[in-house]
Write a protein that binds this ligand. Structure first.
Ligand SMILES: [Fe+2]
Length: 247
């Protein structure tokens, strides 16, 4: 299984706060059957510059890489990325967009704002498409509360990919929404969006079980194929080893 969205890098955002927590999260994902993990800390353009964010992120990526490589434990392969919130001032950081993509690809993980989407939100996504980026919209089901049906449908009609969070499959309303979209082949992947081991822990195995029960093994294979395609040219930060040790 591939997990295209996590907050596992230590002390970069509101995800893992220590190296120990990062390693445990990777280990738990591995136990749930995940062998490739995208590390995608939040980038908020209204809070800091892209340069500052990328410096912080890259420093912590090296810390995690060193720790993973020094352990005799089988952990998933990691890929560096970011979860970029769509903001009015985002485009002033255009020169850094390639670095915010999943490393080695043109796939960029975009998080729409948690508010009513005015036209500039859609314009910004269009701008990415027009500049040959491949936007992946994070957890589309989390925005139902903030936007009426016509806004959600306008987003769903765009030529972008839509992620779903594994944890949403255990919530009735969100699950119903996602199942309808899965039937229409509109959901690209399910991801852990894991932040920690307490309140926002990895739920990949549980989501996998629910999707298998509802749609069968073929749907899971389809999700895997979609995620593999995203990582086809991606450059790993660290690679999984076949060690038998445990954390
Ligand atoms: Fe996230």
């Amino acid at each position: 299984m591939i997990d295209l969205h996590t907050h596992i890098l230590p002390a970069v955002d509101d995800g893992a706060q220590t190296l120990e927590e990062s390693l445990k999260l990777l280990y738990v994902l591995g136990e749930q059957g995940v062998d490739k993990v995208v590390l995608s800390p939040h980038f908020y353009a209204h809070m800091e510059s892209a340069e500052t964010f990328l410096n912080r992120r890259n420093t912590q990526a090296e810390v995690l890489k060193k720790a993973v490589e020094s352990l005799d434990v089988s952990l998933p392969t990691g890929y560096l990325a970011a979860e970029v919130q769509i903001a009015k001032n985002l485009w002033r950081f255009e020169e850094h967009f390639d670095e915010l993509c999943i490393n080695g690809t043109k796939y960029i993980l975009l998080e729409p704002p948690y508010m009513y989407w005015e036209n500039w939100v859609f314009d910004s996504i269009h701008e990415f498409i027009n500049n040959d980026y491949l936007p992946i919209i994070a957890h589309v089901e989390r925005f139902l509360r903030f936007n009426p049906k016509d806004r959600i449908e306008r987003l769903l009609a765009m030529e972008v990919l839509f992620q779903s969070n594994a944890s949403s499959y255990s919530l009735f309303r969100k699950r119903r929404f996602l199942y309808t979209l899965i039937k229409q082949d509109r959901i690209h992947s399910f991801v852990s969006d894991a932040h920690n081991l307490s309140t926002r822990f990895p739920e990949m195995a549980d989501a996998q079980k629910r999707i298998r029960r509802r749609f069968g093994e073929g749907q899971l294979a389809w999700f895997d194929g979609q995620a593999e395609e995203v990582l086809k040219t991606a450059i790993p930060l660290f690679e999984s080893k076949n060690e038998r040790g445990t954390l």
